[in-house]
Design a protein around this ligand. Structure first.
Ligand code: ZN
Length: 245
C-alpha cells in the first residue's frame, strides 16, 4: 500500500515542475520511512505471535503427556493455480517462523517436532482410509463405514498424528531442518477411549433393539455441533460455540 503510493508519487515527480518535485520528493521520503517502520513492526508482531503459539502448543502437549508434535508439511501439497502467490508466500513465512519457534520451545521441554506429509489429511478416514463424505459442506467430514466424523480440522489432526506415529522408524533428519516423515502410511485408528469424551454407546439388548427405530446417531471424533456462523472462515476459526441443543 505504502509502496504503491510512493511509486505513484515517483511517477508524478518525474514530470513535475522543480518546485512541486521537491515537495513530492519530501513526501516520498516520509512514505519510505513509514514503510520501513511498518515492516519492522510486522516482523516483531509475527515473531511475538510465533512464540506465543509455540508456548501454548508446547504447554498443551506437555499437559497431554505427548512426546512428539506433528506439523503438516504444506510443501507436499501441489499449488493449485498461481493466483495470490504473494499473499500466500507472506502467510507461509509467518507460519514457518511459528513452526521454528515451536520446534525451539518444544525442545526445551523435551518434545520433538516432526513434519509429516499434508496430502489428504482431512480427506481420508482415520479408521479405514476411505474418502470421507462432506455432509454439511466443507467443514465437516463423515465416514459412514466407521461412523466417525466431525470437524475436518480435527480429523486432519488425527490423521497427522497417525502419520507421525507410523513413520517413527522412517524419520529423515537433515542438518538445519526438523525431522521429517515423508511417507503417509495407513493403520486403523480406533476411537479415543480416554475419560474426557462421552462413553461410547453399547449395543442394546436384542429385545430392546428390535423395538426401536433404527436411527444411528452420529458419534465421532467430535460430536457434531450446531454452529451459529454459516459463513466460511479461514485459518483460526477458533472454538465453535453451541447455540442450541
Ligand atoms: Zn472409515
Amino acid at each position: 500500500m505504502l509502496h504503491r503510493k510512493a511509486a505513484r508519487l515517483t511517477q508524478l515527480a518525474t514530470n513535475a515542475e522543480p518546485e512541486a518535485r521537491t515537495q513530492l520528493e519530501a513526501k516520498i521520503a516520509v512514505l519510505n520511512e513509514h514503510r520501513t517502520a511498518a515492516g519492522a513492526k510486522r516482523v516483531k508482531i509475527n515473531r511475538e505471535l510465533g512464540f506465543h503459539f509455540a508456548r501454548q502448543t508446547a504447554d498443551y502437549a506437555t499437559a497431554a503427556g505427548a512426546t512428539v508434535i506433528a506439523v503438516e508439511d504444506l510443501t507436499t501439497l501441489e499449488t493449485r493455480g498461481h493466483g495470490r502467490v504473494n499473499n500466500n508466500r507472506a502467510a507461509q513465512s509467518a507460519r514457518r517462523k511459528a513452526i521454528t519457534a515451536l520446534a525451539h520451545t518444544a525442545a526445551s521441554v523435551g518434545i520433538t517436532v516432526v513434519s509429516v506429509p499434508a496430502r489428504g489429511s482431512s480427506a481420508q478416514c482415520p479408521g479405514c482410509d476411505a474418502p470421507l463424505a462432506r455432509p454439511d459442506g466443507y467443514h465437516t467430514a463423515w465416514c459412514s463405514g466407521c461412523r466417525v466424523g466431525g470437524n475436518r480440522d480435527h480429523i486432519a489432526g488425527v490423521n497427522l498424528a497417525k502419520r507421525a506415529l507410523l513413520g517413527k522408524g522412517k524419520v529423515t533428519r537433515r542438518r538445519g531442518q526438523m525431522p521429517a516423515v515423508r511417507v503417509a502410511e495407513h493403520a486403523p485408528v480406533r476411537r479415543s477411549r480416554d475419560k474426557t469424551g462421552p462413553t461410547p454407546r453399547r449395543p442394546r439388548h436384542r429385545r430392546v433393539r428390535r423395538s426401536l427405530p433404527t436411527v444411528t446417531p452420529r458419534a465421532g471424533v467430535t460430536p457434531k455441533q450446531i454452529c451459529s456462523c454459516t459463513s466460511s472462515v479461514g485459518v483460526g476459526h477458533g472454538p465453535t460455540r453451541t447455540t442450541s441443543r
